[in-house]
Design a protein around this ligand. Structure first.
Ligand code: CAA
Length: 257
């Protein structure tokens, strides 16, 4: 019952949700597998970027409705807490994460995509928070992360209206960065990840940490975080190599710095 397939492609880790018969619905086993993957990736500096996608015709069609059906209030809260822990672990990874959304990203699936740094999607993908149609609300961060990405008016339309949107609309509202023909999606996401993998990992990790922490802070605290991190990164070997390479008109080499 391996819910997530992991493959290394050079310095890039490809994670594939692998329960296509249930449209990759997220049950406890999938969330625990995601936590395990994140723990492993957090301890592996050789992984410079992550691409997350889904096997079959869905990215993920939500939390597992069959598994949730029998939960009492306490169990449902615990399930939501597990989902949040998995999304937080993904969001906190030092390396960039790209969701390659190949089909449905609904409910918990949309929340999972939003826990990645950005989303690429196929032209045929669909996004939504349909929980109200089940008499439910989002449980893996959708009431917060979605609004940060698309603003509160669109987040309210998606969460309170419960209707899905197509890829073009997702692109227009800023939920998705780029859309691709279905056949080109995964290759494009992997190419973007590979490009990142050649850049300075410490600078990327620092910028990501400051952005993730800064979005939860007031603007002055966020600016102070940036200033302190700017100082630290400026004293490092990566910054020295990057600037030397520019001034010497050559490509930088960030390996082992
Ligand atoms: N949970 C469990 N199983 C699911 C599922 C889900 N979220 N979504 C799809 N499946 C299963 C279906 O039950 C079906 O299984 P069987 O073949 O055993 O019957 C299989 O996946 C294929 O699904 P469909 O036959 O329904 O496929 P379709 O093409 O007709 O419809 C769909 C696709 C529109 C995505 C439809 O499956 C659907 O509406 N799924 C549910 C979407 C949803 O409501 N998601 C939110 C869940 S709640 C949530 O996520 C809460 C949270 O934030 C934590």
């Amino acid at each position: 019952m391996n819910r997530i397939r992991s493959e290394r492609r050079g310095s890039v880790e490809l994670l594939t949700l692998d329960r296509p018969k249930a449209l990759n619905a997220l049950d406890r086993a999938a969330l625990e597998a995601l936590l395990d993957c994140c723990e492993r990736l957090a301890a592996d500096p050789s992984v410079r970027a992550v691409v997350l996608t889904g096997e079959g015709r869905a990215f993920a069609a939500g939390a597992d409705i069959a598994e949730m059906r029998g939960l009492d209030a306490q169990q449902a809260e615990s399930f939501s807490r597990l989902g949040h822990a998995a999304m937080d672990a993904l969001e906190s990874l030092a390396m960039p994460t790209i969701a390659a959304v190949n089909g449905y990203a609904l409910g918990g699936g949309c929340e999972l995509a939003c826990a990645c740094d950005w989303i690429y999607a196929s032209e045929t993908s669909r996004f939504g928070q349909p929980e109200v149609n089940l008499g439910l609300i989002p449980g893996f961060g959708g009431t917060g992360r979605l609004a940060r990405r698309v603003g509160s008016a669109w987040a309210k339309e998606l969460v309170l209206g419960g209707e899905p949107i197509d890829a073009k609309t997702a692109l227009r509202i800023g939920l998705v960065n780029r859309i691709f023909a279905p056949d080109a999606l995964l290759g494009s996401a992997l190419d973007a990840a590979k490009k990142i993998a050649g850049k300075g990992p410490l600078a990327i990790a620092t910028a990501k940490r400051v952005m993730v922490q800064g979005q939860d802070a007031d603007v002055r605290t966020a600016h102070a975080l940036e200033q302190a991190a700017f100082g630290v990164i400026s004293a490092g070997a990566e910054r020295a190599e990057g600037m030397d390479a520019f001034l010497e008109k050559r490509e930088p080499s960030f390996e082992n710095r």
